[in-house]
Design a protein around this ligand. Structure first.
Ligand SMILES: Nc1nc2c(ncn2[C@@H]2O[C@H](COP(=O)(O)OP(=O)(O)OP(=O)(O)O)[C@@H](O)[C@H]2O)c(=O)[nH]1
Ligand SMILES: [Mg+2]
Length: 453
């Protein structure tokens, strides 16, 4: 009924033994009638435990006495009240998350992915109302999940007043179209959530430029499937950003715009490369801080230098690279030497390819450094997988600076037993707390060692 937008439904059952029609075919008497309609939340149905109700068997006579118009109008009014009550904050998307657990992932990894996806949606400004899951050996080519699950999502969306469904994986244009048609609200994937966060964060011209490029590159192959549904289902996560107005324009116009932006990114790269060459002429050793988003990279740069980089407990707080001078002691002479430390955009598990391409000017700061400082948030339950994800992203880069120093951060939040374990398993790593300023002298010494090797 939800999917077909029906207010009420009547079924009639026949006695079977009726007249024989003149031309053949059996007619029958109506034996019983049933009336079904959707149920709003009420004191009798508090958590929306029941979506619908079916009447006891009625006689035709009783049925004809039913005032359908007032029944439907009454129900409409109740649903409307519920809807308004749910829609307090109009700017906030009300989101249902859909996670698909395939054989490729362990339960633990899956749980981590869903926690992270929740965090991403909240960072983008959405409110997660419910997390739905399904185990499948592989995803359904048309709808990702099976027909029964699609129906469940539609029912939950309707009863919770959700206006957005977010899937934990990339969706094809066909899948998006099918899902939106059957569920009746906007459907987006994880990449779109990440792009939306970037769009909201981008401050500098370079940042905005790269975000727009990433969004257009993401949208171009999905354009055909999307045009109508976007205008039908409204804005919110995944529709914001510099590229927003371009969405409705022609595919070719988008292609032209992409080409122009690509050129601008190339100019940006050339500009940054000149700056780097100047620095290299001065023979200052440069180190780039890399790490999972929210590891504390900007906090560390601020702690070691007088930088005032924006720090926040949110994903992708930093988009633009910042380079500052740091003094480290020469371990033999004790003199202070100056090195350059660069803080930049954080990584995430399965960083969308469009972002990697569009942010190449920024990522080049990483690959062009003389060494890397890989910062890890040791207090995060999933730190080991985050650590591996960062290594994987680095491996996929065309080339990398030689030495990489592993630095485990936030040790003020870690149990002593865990620290002993880390020291045993990662003897070369440095343990610090950027906020409590623990281990920073040791870190300066280790940076100095890298410079002199
Ligand atoms: N407890 C504790 N919190 C820390 C430490 N270092 C950083 N944080 C907190 O971690 C959060 C993220 O810090 P940021 O410096 O913004 O992290 P980032 O790696 O730059 O993150 P993005 O720019 O989003 O990729 C902030 O709330 C910091 O205050 C630490 O040593 N201990
Ligand atoms: Mg940062």
């Amino acid at each position: 009924m939800v999917l077909q937008r029906l207010d009420a439904l009547v079924t009639l059952s026949l006695t079977g033994g009726g007249f024989q029609k003149r031309g053949g075919g059996v007619t029958g008497y109506v034996q019983q009638a049933y009336l079904a309609h959707l149920l709003p939340v009420s004191e009798f149905n508090p958590d929306h435990r029941y979506y619908w109700t079916v009447s006891p068997p009625l006689s035709l006579e009783t049925l004809t006495q039913q005032d359908f118009i007032s029944l439907v109008e009454g129900l409409e009014a109740e649903f409307q009240r519920e809807y308004i009550a749910q829609k307090v904050d109009k700017d906030q998307d009300r989101v249902i998350l859909m996670g698909v657990m395939t054989q490729k992932t362990t339960t633990e990894q899956f749980t981590e992915t869903m926690i992270e996806l929740t965090r991403l949606v909240e960072t983008a400004g959405g409110e997660v109302l419910e997390v739905l899951e399904q185990k499948r050996s592989s995803t359904h080519p048309q709808t990702v999940v099976g027909a029964g699950k699609v129906e469940e999502i539609a029912l939950r969306a309707q009863s919770l007043g959700a206006n957005l469904v977010v899937f934990d994986r990339d969706l094809s244009p066909t899948q998006i179209r099918n899902l939106e048609m059957q569920i009746g609200v906007r459907v987006i994937d994880r990449t779109e959530v990440i792009l939306d966060i970037f769009a909201q964060r981008a401050q500098s011209r370079a940042g905005k430029l790269q975000v727009e490029l990433a969004q257009l590159e993401y949208q171009l192959p999905r354009l055909i499937g999307r045009g109508q549904s976007l205008s039908r289902l409204g804005g919110g996560i995944g529709t914001r950003g510099p590229g927003e107005t371009k969405l409705e324009t022609e595919r070719r116009a988008i292609q032209r715009r992409i080409a122009r932006l690509q050129e601008e990114v190339n100019l940006l790269m050339a500009h940054r490369s000149r700056l780097r060459q100047q620095r290299q002429k001065q023979e200052v050793f440069s180190i780039a801080i890399v790490g999972y988003t929210n590891a504390g990279k900007s906090t560390l740069l601020n702690a070691l230098t007088q930088a005032e980089v924006y720090v926040a407990d949110q994903l992708f707080a930093t988009l633009d690279p910042t380079t500052r001078r740091v003094q480290v002691p020469n371990l033999t002479t004790g003199e202070l030497i100056t090195i350059l430390l660069t803080d930049t955009v954080g990584f995430i598990h399965e960083l969308p390819a469009e972002l990697v391409d569009a942010f190449r000017a920024t990522l080049e700061e990483v690959i062009e450094a003389d060494a890397l400082l890989h910062l890890v948030d040791l207090s995060h339950p999933a730190w080991e997988n985050q650590f591996k994800s960062v290594l994987k992203i680095l491996e996929d880069m065309p080339f990398l600076p030689g030495p990489m120093l592993w630095v485990f951060n936030k040790i003020d939040q870690v149990a002593p037993g865990m620290l002993d374990w880390i020291k045993g398993h990662y003897p070369d790593a440095v343990l610090i707390s950027a906020t409590s300023r623990l281990g920073l002298d040791e870190l300066r010494n280790r940076l100095s060692q890298i410079v002199h090797n």
